[in-house]
Design a protein around this ligand. Structure first.
Ligand SMILES: [Zn+2]
Length: 469
């Protein structure tokens, strides 16, 4: 039987408006908020909402999307309230609401004569904006293929305002035909690292095992936490000591790098299936042990798992989940409980190993047993190779990278020379400042359309294109 998976990717493009008034986009986003609030308040008051009774100048199917979103918000709020996890729903006034639009209804995309991607957004009957979209090189390729090939499908998009600029978040789905399963991998995500082990189902050997250490993220988080605490102590405004949205945004970037690099790394194993620990519905459980509870409350942990799933599936590696259970306290070789001291695990039969690496092996074994029906006994004689350790770090320029982790074939490392070359290509009338560089990525693109192979970065300066990798 032929196997295939459908994966999803969000492509971000910045709007360069050439026709129509940007003010009208703003008005549409505020109108979406108004409709959203109207519906939500009705629902909160127990009033039934009928679509035709909600008046708005928005396109009909765009309005339907806003109503649906309000209903969804109401539903999930109700569920939380039933569980005693929420009391009040915060209603934002005067804040633009991202506008969801259907492809070829609310918005349209096509390839322009110059090879770029052009857009048309209908805000209301008779009102539209047109222009071109700026993407990263990678995202632009995907949109182009999606417009031409059947394997990709452009679905809906969200129109978003950020920092005075407008962006389209376009959702693209991709169908990948999968080869027969040959490799299985277990991924264990921790507070300070991700541990991965790959197993060859044909030769019955563990072929790859590595750890990507990101304790630097924990350090950053701790740093912000301490600062906030200190401000409070000195009579500052009382604020929650949780993550702020700015901190979340800053942490998302390195999490994207880690997940992308791991997905790249695993894509060298054709026919791979990846196992991770199941997290859904665990929040209701009372006590799942200290380790699980701590991780569950860690936002970055959850985010990283999501990123990994999306990126792996996009690269054609299906992800399956296994129930979390004593992952770091069982010996992967003999299956008995052992003791743990910091990162060192020891079992009564004398097997010693890195606790997180062991956890990844346990997840791998559980996945093979549950999803592939491999008998547990098949792993008894397994030999575990030495693991490799790579560290996430940030260099003096603020660039994030993973030290020494091998690159996928055909990609050269990011060097100072390439950086200089990129600076030379800066467009006239504005020098793009390299604010954030991403080590080991693919391209740099400037306003003149020139790209540098082998290097990469995030060129960010007002009015100039920039690039995510
Ligand atoms: Zn053992």
């Amino acid at each position: 039987m032929e196997r295939k998976i459908t994966s999803v990717k969000t492509i971000v493009g910045k709007l360069i408006i050439e026709e129509g008034n940007p003010v009208e986009i703003n008005e549409a986003l505020f109108e979406a908020r108004r409709v959203f609030n109207e519906v939500l308040i009705k629902l909160l008051n127990g009033v039934k909402v009928r679509e035709k009774e909600v008046r708005s100048f928005l396109l009909r199917n765009t309005k339907q999307r806003v109503i649906a979103k309000a209903k969804e918000t109401f539903k999930s709020f109700n569920e939380l309230r039933k569980r005693g996890q929420a009391e009040k729903l915060r209603i934002h006034e005067n804040k633009p609401l991202p506008l969801k639009m259907n492809f070829r209804e609310g918005y349209n995309l096509w390839s322009g004569e110059d090879g770029g991607i052009r857009f048309r957004i209908s805000l209301a009957p008779g009102k539209h904006v047109k222009g071109r979209l700026l993407f990263s090189r990678e995202h632009e390729e995907i949109v182009k293929e999606a417009l031409e090939k059947e394997l990709y499908k452009i679905t809906m998009a969200e129109l978003v305002k950020r920092g005075g600029e407008y962006y389209l978040h376009i959702v693209v789905t991709k169908e990948t035909h999968l080869p027969a399963v040959r490799y299985a991998a277990g991924i264990d995500i921790n507070e300070d690292n991700v541990a991965v082990t790959v197993y060859d189902l044909e030769t019955k050997k563990a072929v790859d095992t590595f750890i990507v250490d990101y304790s630097i993220i924990k350090f950053l988080r701790h740093y912000w936490f301490t600062i906030r605490k200190r401000i409070q102590k000195h009579g500052g405004k009382r604020k929650k000591l949780a993550f702020t949205s700015r901190e979340r945004r800053q942490i998302k970037h390195p999490l994207h790098i880690i997940s992308k690099r791991i997905a790249y790394h695993l894509s060298r194993y054709p026919g791979i299936i990846v196992f991770m620990e199941e997290l859904t519905d665990i929040r209701n459980g009372s006590n799942k042990g200290k380790r699980m509870n701590r991780r569950l409350h860690s936002w970055s942990f959850y985010k990283l798992q999501q990123f990994l799933k999306y990126k792996l599936e996009w690269m054609g590696a299906p992800v399956e989940f296994v129930p979390p259970k004593e992952t770091s306290h069982r010996c992967p070789l003999c299956g008995v409980s052992g003791t743990r001291h910091k990162k060192m695990f020891k079992c009564p039969n004398g097997h010693i190993g890195h606790a997180d690496r062991n956890a990844s092996v346990n997840i791998l074994i559980r996945g093979c047993v549950v999803h592939l029906h491999v008998p547990r006994s098949a792993f008894r004689a397994m030999k575990l190779p030495n693991f490799r350790m790579w560290r996430l770090r940030r260099d003096e320029s603020g660039a994030w990278g993973i030290v020494n982790m091998p690159l996928p074939a055909g990609v050269e490392p990011y060097t100072a020379a390439q950086r200089q070359e990129a600076a030379k290509l800066a467009p006239a009338g504005g020098s793009p400042k390299l604010q954030l560089g991403v080590v080991h990525a693919l391209m740099i693109k400037t306003a003149s359309g020139t790209s540098v192979r082998g290097g990469s970065g995030l060129l960010a300066s007002k009015g100039n294109p920039y690039l995510y990798v």
